[in-house]
Design a protein around this ligand. Structure first.
Ligand code: DAH
Length: 343
């Protein structure tokens, strides 16, 4: 092989290789070009180097020198190309981002313990076939009192014991009257709302807020929640009431719970009882219950000769506090995350 031919092959290769490296756009095409032109095993440089032995011995030195120059030129083109790609990658990364720093754990919110309790109570009662019903928190005296057999002169209607809403006319705010709307003082209102719309059989619970102007202390708060229950059908008895409440308590507090009824009075039930559960060595009162008073059935147009039913109203905060060992109702509404994060 003549020196002339060798050098022209060499020049062609350098041109071809630098054009190839110029055309590279990503790591993949860079690797293809690298193997082809500078690869140690099968690269074009290696092939051309083998030709040197076929050149006249007197020309070999010159050939070797030109080969080394060309090899360096191709290697430079490869290095330039590699740097060009690497700079592109580096520029795409935010220079202030330090991947070695530990991450920030996202803050996950909590469901409020009272909401958790409400969901739990609905699930337990749902398994016994009770459906959830709702009523408004701003009520009229008919649903909060009259239909529940609480007559006009009854002390439960006293403005000092209820949040009546003020009304206003051109002369300003009028004195609060017992005929005004009010924030409901009990979820028993929902009994009336359900029976006004549906015929028996009825099997509902209603879980919601009630309001009373009590000064806050460890066991009182001006807003709290009740679970109201109402069951109406033919031949419903007090034994049914006691069974439902016992099964409920066993599911919510545990199998070792006992139930006790103490005679009491509520205008909307006859007979009426206070409901106590025995758990963790103590009897605790959780609410009231009884057989629906015939006057209540008459107020909603049910025939008390055909139907009977039971009703109950339990304090949701009390249930929640007893189960979780909470001793101050105000903790539930303080918004203190150190308390709330425990649930
Ligand atoms: N509404 C009563 C209260 O707030 C609780 C209650 C007692 C509800 C007896 C009932 C019931 O349904 O039958 O004190």
């Amino acid at each position: 092989m003549s020196l002339q031919d060798f050098l022209s092959d060499l020049d062609k290769l350098v041109q071809e290789a630098s054009a190839a490296f110029d055309a590279v756009t990503d790591a993949e095409s860079l690797e293809v070009a690298r193997v082809r032109y500078v690869g140690q095993k099968s690269g074009a440089l290696r092939d051309i180097q083998k030709q040197i032995s076929k050149i006249e011995p007197s020309d070999r030195k010159a050939a070797g020198m030109r080969f080394n120059e060309s090899k360096a030129a191709i290697q430079d083109a490869f290095n330039d190309c590699k740097q060009r790609l690497g700079q592109g990658e580096a520029a795409a990364i935010d220079p202030t981002f330090d991947p070695t720093l530990p991450g920030l754990r996202p803050i996950v919110g909590h469901i409020h313990p009272i909401t958790q309790t409400i969901e739990h109570l609905m699930e337990i009662m749902g398994r016994m076939g009770f459906e959830a019903a709702e009523g408004p928190e701003v009520e009229d005296p008919w649903h909060n009192f009259v239909a529940l057999n609480i007559p006009e002169d009854h002390p439960a209607r006293d403005p000092l014991d209820n949040f009546y809403l003020a009304t206003a006319n051109q002369n300003g705010v009028e004195p609060v009257s017992e005929g005004n709307q009010l924030l409901r003082s009990q979820t028993s209102t929902v009994q009336i709302r359900v029976m006004e719309k549906q015929k028996p059989p009825i099997r509902v619970i209603s879980l919601g807020r009630v309001y009373r102007p009590d000064a806050p202390d460890a066991t009182h708060f001006p807003m709290f929640h009740q679970m109201e229950g109402l069951f109406v059908d033919r031949h419903v008895t007090m034994a049914n009431l006691k069974t439902v409440l016992r099964v409920f308590a066993a599911n919510y507090l545990g199998d070792d719970v006992a139930i006790r009824f103490r005679p009491s009075f509520f205008p909307f039930t006859e007979p009426s009882v206070e409901v106590d559960f025995f758990w963790n060595d103590a009897w605790v009162e959780f609410g009231g219950a009884g057989m629906v008073d015939p006057n209540v059935f008459e107020a909603v147009g049910y025939d008390p000769e055909q139907y009977s039913g039971f009703a109950f109203g339990l304090g949701v905060e009390r249930l929640c506090m007893r189960r979780h060992g909470i001793t101050d109702i105000r903790d539930l509404y303080s918004g203190d995350l150190r308390f709330l994060r425990q649930f």
